[in-house]
Design a protein around this ligand. Structure first.
Ligand SMILES: *[C@@H]1O[C@H](CO)[C@@H](O)[C@H](O)[C@H]1NC(C)=O
Ligand SMILES: *[C@@H]1O[C@H](CO)[C@@H](O)[C@H](O)[C@H]1NC(C)=O
Ligand SMILES: *[C@@H]1O[C@H](CO)[C@@H](O)[C@H](O)[C@H]1NC(C)=O
Ligand SMILES: *[C@@H]1O[C@H](CO)[C@@H](O)[C@H](O)[C@H]1NC(C)=O
Length: 294
């Protein structure tokens, strides 16, 4: 393509894509994130736009946003640990606290590594006030270790949608009863980390991390946050006005194309759904009765 054509395409994309409105977090890493890892476990590309987090026998690595947000669009591109990644988990999540506090709200995407040639699994979960147990597991339709793919979360007072590239793989609805199991009260920070979870992650903990293969490296780029940045006591963007696209009617439910994609995912890629696990939940949690198509 000619340069002008590329520019034009980029402009069109800029006008019509919700992604473009994202305040992307380029600039320097330190402006928007703080990290907690030994120097050797965090590297960036020369231009600073790609971040490599690694796990070795002594340490993992993680970072979090300096700001917290309530509702919005959170997105990034990830390329996961290749080769033998059994036992290694790369996580990308929102949480109201820095730590596993007993009253935290949390929304997770975890990428569960596997032995060479065996498929990655993504696990998603939702916590409210310290309680989780809302796991789903999906397989992917591509090898997430070969290229960068976009993983995103849309969060408003009606629904939480997990996207892989443009495909909504999971929809979590707000029942909107008083005290329903939906994290909508607490602003959350965005986190990412790589860690050893070989006690549960791969084949239920049977496959252990092979430390001879360390360091394990996951790479990140194109972090986008287009969200209501929290300010005490209450930022204007959290008010009932629907000034922001992520709060508007169109973002309260999937559109028709997204419904088709979502149905395809449901038919083909779901490995585990807590809402079908009647052994674990003889009485299914209330949100299981809400239609993701509504
Ligand atoms: C990133 O950090 C800058 C400087 O502190 C701040 O102005 C900006 O709002 C932050 N971006 C987001 C999306 O939080
Ligand atoms: C949240 O959890 C804490 C500790 O488990 C409990 O004391 C509190 O009542 C809960 N709050 C709500 C609103 O459910
Ligand atoms: C929840 O219910 C209240 C009261 O009926 C209503 O005002 C509000 O708009 C509802 N919110 C959502 C997210 O449906
Ligand atoms: C790892 O590969 C095995 C064998 O293909 C598969 O059963 C399992 O679901 C994969 N993922 C995890 C996280 O165990």
């Amino acid at each position: 393509m000619e340069r002008s054509a590329i520019l034009f395409a980029a402009l069109l994309f800029a006008v019509f894509s919700p992604f473009s409105r994202a305040a992307d977090l380029k600039g320097s890493f330190d402006d928007n994130f703080s990290k907690s890892c030994p120097e050797r476990n965090f590297k960036t590309s020369e231009d600073g736009q790609i971040w490599h987090l690694s796990l070795d026998h002594d340490a993992g690595c993680g970072f979090m946003t300096k700001q917290s947000y309530r509702f919005g669009w959170f997105s990034m591109k990830l390329k996961l640990v290749g080769g033998d990644s059994a036992g290694v988990v790369t996580a990308y999540y929102m949480c109201s606290e820095n730590g596993a506090g007993p009253e935290r709200d949390e929304v997770d995407i975890e990428f569960l590594g596997n032995r060479t040639g065996e498929p990655y699994v993504i696990q998603t979960n939702v916590y409210k006030n310290g309680t989780g147990g809302r796991e789903m597991r999906h397989s992917l339709w591509f090898d997430p270790t070969e290229d960068y793919h976009t993983y995103s979360m849309l969060w408003n007072s009606h629904q939480l949608v997990f996207f892989v590239d443009e495909v909504p793989v999971r929809v979590y609805k707000n029942a909107n009863y008083s005290n329903s199991f939906y994290p909508d009260q607490k602003p959350m920070y965005l986190f990412s980390s790589i860690w050893n979870a070989d006690d549960w992650a791969t084949r239920g903990g049977l496959e252990k991390t092979d430390w001879k293969k360390a360091p394990f490296v996951s790479s990140y780029t194109d972090f986008n946050v287009d969200a209501c940045q929290w300010k005490d006591p209450y930022p204007a963007c959290v008010s009932t006005t629907t000034d922001n696209w992520w709060d508007q009617y169109a973002a309260w439910h999937l559109n028709d194309d997204q419904k088709l994609d979502y149905a395809w995912v449901q038919r083909n890629l779901v490995i585990y759904d807590y809402c079908k696990d009647t052994e674990r939940y003889p009485k299914l949690p209330e949100e299981c009765w809400l239609s993701p198509y509504a």
